[in-house]
Design a protein around this ligand. Structure first.
Ligand code: COA
Length: 306
């Protein structure tokens, strides 16, 4: 069997910081409300999806000690491409001077895990190395006068290099799902701003993330006790808390960067993964669960052996 493992990682965040105090100054909201109801204290905005993706991708290549010419394919998970045509991965491919193919993949906030699983499949078919990036610039589709969404969303990118291995590789189990009948709960028309039924998204997010995580663990033949670290989608600390309670995973076995990043959609899980890897929280042999949900509604989870 031909598997794959992550051999490099990198993140990129825009320079501009928007604090809760900044939002408090222009909206009918407060630092206390945002902190208590979401766990977010500040977020970064600015740049382009391809620009952030390129920066994160370059760092992942450096960390892996690889050249752009070593990469067979870029998969860029994004729900906020810079242009309608072409795909943003084309810009990333040009800026990084990668010689292989490039495609965008849109599964909203679940996009990175969808892309990572897709990359594993392509490595199974013979590719050697795939650069998997999650990048979004939600600030461009956020109405900064709408307190329902402005307090939550932001910009960023995270990337990993996935490389072929002889043998089973890191991925032990995964689950990808979609309930398109709920797509009205969170959407943006072309050229428009995000519209969201926050309460209903919250309710469903907890349910589908738990169900998906359980499905991945069943396929990996492991239990929640075996999971050393849960890397959840960074949307709301109360969602993460509710998921942890239902799965029986203590909050201190999760990675949380949303306090300083907000919800960066497809970038959220790789940003948290990079944070965990850089801070030494990912130990060789540990079981790591990635679990997310997003517009669509979509969900995706995966169990990896680091
Ligand atoms: N600032 C201050 N008050 C706010 C507010 C804001 N930004 N937004 C809502 N409120 C008020 C409401 O008007 C309501 O007031 P009331 O009790 O007087 O009627 C109260 O706060 C509670 O509103 P509610 O909508 O029930 O809040 P909530 O606890 O559900 O939190 C969200 C709102 C959006 C933070 C939460 O529902 C959420 O995170 N949902 C999931 C969103 C998400 O993850 N989207 C991305 C998916 S990838």
């Amino acid at each position: 069997m031909r598997g794959a493992k992550i051999v490099g990682w990198g993140a990129a965040l825009p320079d501009k910081t928007i604090t809760n105090a900044d939002l408090e100054a222009r909206l009918d909201t407060s630092d206390a409300w945002i902190t208590e109801r979401t766990g977010i204290k500040e977020r970064r905005i600015g740049g382009t999806t391809a620009g952030l993706a390129t920066e994160a991708g370059r760092r992942a290549l450096e960390r892996a000690g690889l050249e752009p010419s070593d990469i067979d394919l870029i998969i860029l998970a994004t729900t906020t491409p810079d242009k309608a045509i072409p795909h943003s991965a084309a810009t990333v491919q040009d800026q990084l001077r990668v010689s292989g193919g490039a495609l965008d993949l849109n599964a909203a906030c679940s996009g990175f895990v969808y892309a990572l699983v897709t990359a594993h499949g392509l490595i199974g078919l013979g590719y050697e190395r795939i650069l998997v990036i999650g990048a979004d610039t939600l600030s461009r589709v956020t109405d900064w006068d709408d307190r329902n969404t402005a307090v939550l969303f932001a910009d960023g990118a995270g990337a990993v290099v996935l490389q072929a291995t002889n043998g089973p590789g890191q991925l032990l189990g995964f689950d990808l799902g979609s309930d398109g009948s709920a797509r009205h709960l969170l959407y943006a028309d072309i050229g428009g701003f995000m519209q969201m039924d926050g309460r209903e998204v919250f309710r469903r997010a907890v349910r589908v993330t738990v169900e998906s995580a359980l499905a991945s663990m069943t396929r990996a033949d492991v239990t929640a006790d075996d999971i050393a670290l849960l890397i959840p989608h960074q949307a709301n600390i109360r969602i993460i808390d509710a998921v942890c309670q239902r799965l029986g995973i203590p909050l201190d076995r999760t990675v949380n960067v949303l306090e300083r990043t907000g919800n960066t959609s497809a970038a959220s899980i790789p940003l948290a993964l990079v944070d965990a890897a850089d801070s030494g929280r990912l130990k060789k042999g540990d079981l790591v669960m990635l679990a997310g949900f997003g517009a669509g509604m979509s969900w995706a989870s995966a169990v990896l052996r680091w």
